[in-house]
Design a protein around this ligand. Structure first.
Ligand SMILES: [Zn+2]
Ligand SMILES: [Zn+2]
Length: 223
């Protein structure tokens, strides 16, 4: 998942959660002293009496835990744009010192996993990638073939990031994932190969490998 998408997902999350006020995504607000534009991931404003409460929400997609330095940065940004409160949304965790540092400043942490983030913004999401664990698989390559009057069908899709192909053969129930250029044969003697922009599907006959009759139907785009 790209960071821009994670930022978008955090915005969608707050749009869904905010019962009052207004949520703005990816905006700039001038620095209170210099007037320089500061980039804001998500900005939530709502009225409380005569006051307008302003909440700064920062999206941090990370492979390691957030540390004190991250907390300092967000607190400085919150001050710069005159936010009443700041929230860090991250897919990972934060260190104990970061939490100690954040608590007295009223800065909150919220976990939004990549799984949850992709739920919010990816159309046709099928499942999380079992290979890289860092993005989801979109089911965009299911297919079917009739053999001796029996319909055999499968579900398939590639990970949006690592392109690993995930296949479930409905006929035999086998599930597998294949890295690029890997092949796999299920119990029905069907064989898939993960290619750059498509996958190949073959029916393996007892007297050797025989391609499915219509080669064009074997190539399925993952656009
Ligand atoms: Zn992946
Ligand atoms: Zn099968």
């Amino acid at each position: 998942m790209k960071w821009q998408e994670y930022q978008e997902a955090v915005g969608v999350l707050y749009e869904q959660m905010s019962e009052m006020g207004e949520v703005k995504k990816n905006i700039t607000i001038p620095d209170r002293i210099t007037g320089q534009p500061r980039q804001i991931d998500v900005w939530w404003e709502f009225p409380a009496g005569n006051h307008l409460i302003k909440i700064l929400i920062d999206a941090k997609m990370r492979t390691s835990k957030l540390d004190v330095k991250d907390v300092e940065e967000i607190l400085a940004l919150a001050k710069s744009v005159k936010a009443d409160k700041a929230i860090i949304v991250t897919n990972n965790e934060w260190t104990a010192p970061a939490e100690v540092f954040a608590n007295p400043e009223g800065l909150d942490f919220l976990v939004l996993t990549i799984d949850e983030a992709t739920d919010l913004i990816v159309d046709g999401k099928w499942l999380m990638c079992h290979d890289c664990q860092n993005d989801c698989v979109v089911m965009d390559s299911d297919g079917a073939i009739e053999i001796e009057g029996k319909i055999n069908w499968w579900l398939g899709g590639k990970c949006r990031s690592c392109k690993t192909l995930h296949i479930i053969c409905q006929s035999c129930g086998a599930k597998v994932m294949m890295k690029m250029n890997d092949s796999w044969k299920c119990n029905c003697n069907f064989e898939w190969t993960n290619k750059e922009d498509y996958y190949e599907f073959k029916v393996i006959e007892e007297n050797g490998i025989e391609d499915y009759q219509n080669p064009n139907q074997m190539k399925i785009d993952f656009n």
